[in-house]
Design a protein. Structure first.
Length: 202
């Protein structure tokens, strides 16, 4: 075998030896366990008075970075949080809350229309919200805590028609499924209160 052929063969073997561990690592990543992905129910309906001549725009809620993600927050101390292992939301939490609030208004059947920015509705009021807490709180017992600050803003004048803080706490225990179901129940209760309050305020 010529010297040039021998050098080319050694170079090919060297590249192959490097590539094989990389391929093995990628294959391992492909078979690694994935996080369970969860949604919110959005089944809440309001019992307040009908306001079928009114249309509502639901803005995407604001939230601190720790909440504004797909991670599920677990509070382990008053000033310390972690994230629920092997679990995640199906989208960033503020986006999910926005969509489910729209569903809650629609399920009430008591508004002339409800939508999100970009849908071209002739809006009477905007719902502006801030997610203060959306977590499993393990300090002093395990419970799901959802706290949302809400404002109803007149779309024509920009004035605040009403504002209120909604907070729900539900006992939470068990596996990831049980913890997330508790968060869902707390959010559903808060969403129903927000819808009722809106109908009474406009």
């Amino acid at each position: 075998m010529a010297v040039s052929d021998l050098l080319q063969r050694r170079s090919w073997l060297s590249r192959t030896a490097i590539a094989l561990p990389l391929l093995a690592g990628l294959a391992g990543c492909g078979t690694a366990a994935k996080n369970d992905t969860y949604d919110l129910s959005g089944s809440a309906t309001g019992t307040g008075p009908a306001a079928r001549s009114r249309q509502i725009l639901v803005q995407q809620p604001t939230a601190l970075k720790a909440i504004d993600s797909e991670q599920i927050v677990v509070r382990v101390a008053p000033s310390q949080i972690q994230y629920l292992s092997r679990a995640q939301w199906g989208d960033k939490l503020p986006r999910m809350v926005q969509v489910k609030l729209v569903e809650a208004y629609e399920n009430s059947g008591k508004l002339g229309g409800v939508g999100v920015p970009g849908q071209g509705l002739a809006i009477d009021y905007q719902l502006v919200t801030d997610i203060r807490s959306f977590e499993i709180d393990t300090t002093g017992g395990s419970r799901a805590v959802v706290e949302i600050s809400a404002k109803i803003v007149n779309d024509r004048s920009g004035t605040v028609r009403a504002q209120k803080v909604f907070r729900q706490e539900v006992p939470a225990s068990g596996s990831n499924d049980g913890l997330v179901k508790a968060l869902d129940r707390a959010f559903s209760a808060a969403a129903a209160q927000i819808v009722d309050w809106t109908l009474q305020s406009i």
